[in-house]
Write a protein that binds this ligand. Structure first.
Ligand SMILES: *[C@@H]1O[C@H](CO)[C@@H](O)[C@H](O)[C@H]1NC(C)=O
Ligand SMILES: *[C@@H]1O[C@H](CO)[C@@H](O)[C@H](O)[C@H]1NC(C)=O
Length: 130
């Protein structure tokens, strides 16, 4: 019990000593100001039906994703282990309004009309031969 208390005091002392020599920089480091390579981020979630990012903003065409500082990075007052969420980042994303299938339908109707046109052309050609 007493040994445990001593250990806690010692840990506290070491921590404050570290903070002193490091100029309190560690705890003040903001996760969002980490350099590339010090974190990895999620890909925007893709909605398979729309083939677009799930939470893609229509106006800005961006999406917010979570980023995970790599192991042993201390930022926003927390030590990270590579799978703990650190901060959110705004990334560009594809945006569709869900009209993909309507467009496909219009396209096929358009192609169909071309086919019909060709059919008519062919028919009239045959018609003139006969
Ligand atoms: C603390 O941060 C400042 C600016 O952010 C930097 O200039 C300085 O070198 C850092 N000190 C240590 C000990 O990392
Ligand atoms: C990282 O920390 C979180 C929360 O503290 C924990 O749930 C997770 O299992 C840890 N992951 C690794 C790889 O240590």
């Amino acid at each position: 019990m007493i040994a445990r208390m001593h250990l806690n005091v010692l840990t506290l002392l070491i921590l404050s000593y570290l903070q002193l020599i490091l100029g309190d920089n560690l705890t003040k480091l903001k996760c969002s100001s980490l350099r590339k390579g010090q974190y990895r981020c999620d890909e925007p979630l893709i909605d398979p039906e729309r083939q677009a990012a799930d939470n893609c903003n229509e106006e800005t065409r961006t999406s917010r994703v979570w980023c995970y500082p790599v192991e042993n990075i201390l930022c926003d007052g927390k030590v990270h282990n590579g799978s703990t969420r650190g901060f959110q980042m705004t990334v560009p994303c594809k945006w569709t309004n869900g009209k993909r299938f309507d467009t496909a339908l219009l396209f096929s109707i358009f192609l169909g009309m071309l086919g019909v046109d060709r059919f008519y052309l062919g028919y009239s050609a045959i018609g003139t031969i006969i």
